[in-house]
Design a protein around this ligand. Structure first.
Ligand SMILES: Nc1nc2c(ncn2[C@@H]2O[C@H](COP(=O)(O)OP(=O)(O)OP(=O)(O)O)[C@@H](O)[C@H]2O)c(=O)[nH]1
Ligand SMILES: [Mg+2]
Length: 364
C-alpha cells in the first residue's frame, strides 16, 4: 500500500522510530516558533490580541450584494444569500489574514468563470466583511492565536450539558458564561438526555447555577421532551449550540427542526462523543430562527478575558474575595461556603484570565 506523507514530512520519515519522529517534530516546531517570534518582534501590532479581530473597511464594496457565511472550509466558503439560495465562493487576496467565521456578513462579487484562473474555483468571490454585531470567541493556545472564533452575529449561546455520557461538568457552564458575557450574548443552559436520569434525580450539580438564577432548560431529544420552549426561544433569534462532543447538540437540532437533518453518531465505549460534527454550520430554520451547530469542544479557555467579568460570574462572593481569591482556602469551614467548588472555580478562572503567552520568552 502506498504510504501517506503529511505535508512537510520527508520521505525518509517512516524509517525513523516514533521517538525520533517526535524529536524531529519538536525541533521543527521550535524553529517555526523562533521564526515567528522574530517576525512578531518587528511588528508590535501582532502582540495586540485585538488586532486579529479588526476588519478592513468594507466602504468601497457597499454596492455589492451581502450574504451570510454558513460554512467555512479553508479558502472556500458557502454563503446563504438573502433570497435563501446557496452560493460557494472563494476569498479575495485582500482578505488574507482576516479571520472569517460562521455568521459573518460578507460582500461578494460574481466572477465570470472564464476570467477565473482556475476553472475548478467557485464562480463568486468574497471581497469584504461587514462589521460584526457580536463575536463569540474563546481563548486560544498562545498569542499568535490569541482567540478561537466560534460564531459572529449571534444573539444567544446555549451551552449544552448531558445528564450522562459525557458526564455533566458545571465548570464548563461557568466558562461559557464568561465567554457569553464578554461577547454580549445571552446564555442558556440546555440539559440534554434528561431521559437518562430518573425524574427523582434533581441534578444537584447544577444547584449553584440555579441559585444564581441562570436559565436552565431540561430536554430529551429522544423522547421529544422540553422542545417546545426551545422552539419559542429560537423564533427570530440566532442561537449557537456549544458543548462537549456527544452531548447531543446535533440530535437536538434534528428534533427541533427535522428538515435540517444534521449527522449524529453514538458514544464511544469511554462515554465520550466521536466528534461527529466537524465544522460549524449556520442553519436557517423555517420559522425565522437560526441555529448554529458547532463541533464538540474539549474545553472553553477564558485566557485573555478581563477579570472584571468575575463578579458577574460569581455574584455570591464579596468583591474583596474576587480581587484576591488565591488568599482563600476553599476547604476553610470558617468561610461558610454553600458550594466550596465555586471558590475553586473562581480561583481557576482568575488564574487563567491573566495567563501569559507561553511563547513570550522565546528568542528574547
Ligand atoms: N438517550 C438519549 N440519547 C441521546 C439524546 N440526544 C442525543 N443522544 C445520543 O447521543 C449521541 C451523540 O449525539 P450527537 O447529536 O451526535 O452529539 P453532538 O453533541 O452533536 O456531538 P459532536 O457532533 O461530536 O459534537 C447519539 O448517540 C445520540 O443518539 C437524548 O435526548 N437521549
Ligand atoms: Mg454534532
Amino acid at each position: 500500500m502506498p504510504r501517506k506523507f503529511r505535508l512537510g514530512q520527508s520521505r525518509e520519515a517512516h524509517e525513523l522510530d516514533a521517538a525520533d519522529v517526535y524529536a524531529r517534530e519538536g525541533r521543527a516546531q521550535s524553529k517555526r516558533r523562533q521564526q515567528s517570534a522574530e517576525r512578531l518582534s518587528t511588528d508590535n501590532e501582532a502582540h495586540d490580541s485585538g488586532a486579529m479581530l479588526r476588519l478592513p473597511d468594507p466602504g468601497p464594496w457597499m454596492h455589492l450584494p451581502e450574504a451570510t457565511l454558513v460554512w467555512r472550509h479553508s479558502q472556500i466558503v458557502d454563503l446563504l444569500l438573502d433570497d435563501g439560495t446557496a452560493l460557494r465562493a472563494s476569498l479575495a487576496g485582500k482578505l488574507k489574514g482576516v479571520k472569517l467565521v460562521v455568521g459573518d456578513r460578507l460582500r461578494y462579487s460574481m466572477v465570470p468563470l472564464e476570467d477565473a484562473e482556475d476553472p475548478g474555483l467557485p464562480g463568486a468571490q468574497v471581497v469584504a466583511v461587514m462589521p460584526r454585531r457580536s463575536l463569540l470567541k474563546r481563548g486560544g493556545i498562545d498569542d499568535r492565536e490569541p482567540w478561537q472564533l466560534i460564531c459572529a452575529n449571534a444573539d444567544e449561546l446555549w451551552i449544552c450539558v448531558a445528564v450522562v455520557d459525557p458526564p455533566l461538568r458545571p465548570g464548563l457552564v461557568e466558562r461559557a458564561l464568561a465567554l457569553a458575557l464578554a461577547s454580549g450574548l445571552a446564555l442558556r443552559i440546555i440539559v440534554t438526555k434528561r431521559d437518562r436520569a430518573s425524574l427523582k434525580d434533581t441534578l444537584p450539580e447544577l444547584d449553584p447555577l440555579r441559585a444564581q438564577g441562570l436559565p436552565i432548560l431540561e430536554t430529551s431529544a429522544a423522547r421529544g421532551q422540553g422542545l417546545e420552549p426551545l422552539r419559542d426561544l429560537l423564533r427570530g433569534r440566532t442561537v449557537v449550540l456549544v458543548g462537549h462532543s456527544g452531548v447531543g447538540k446535533s440530535t437536538l437540532i434534528n428534533a427541533l427542526a427535522p428538515d435540517l437533518q444534521q449527522r449524529t453518531a453514538g458514544i464511544s465505549r469511554y462515554g465520550t462523543g466521536r466528534h461527529t460534527t466537524t465544522g460549524s454550520r449556520w442553519l436557517a430554520c423555517g420559522e425565522g430562527g437560526t441555529i448554529v451547530d458547532t463541533p464538540g469542544i474539549r474545553n472553553l479557555s477564558v485566557r485573555g478575558l478581563p477579570r472584571t467579568l468575575l463578579p458577574l460570574i460569581f455574584p455570591e462572593f464579596p468583591a474583596e474575595w474576587i480581587e484576591d481569591p488565591m488568599a482563600l482556602d476553599p476547604e476553610d469551614e470558617a468561610l461558610g461556603l454553600d458550594y466550596p467548588e465555586r471558590l475553586q472555580s473562581l480561583q481557576r478562572l482568575w488564574l487563567e484570565m491573566e495567563e501569559r503567552n507561553p511563547n513570550q520568552n522565546v528568542h528574547r
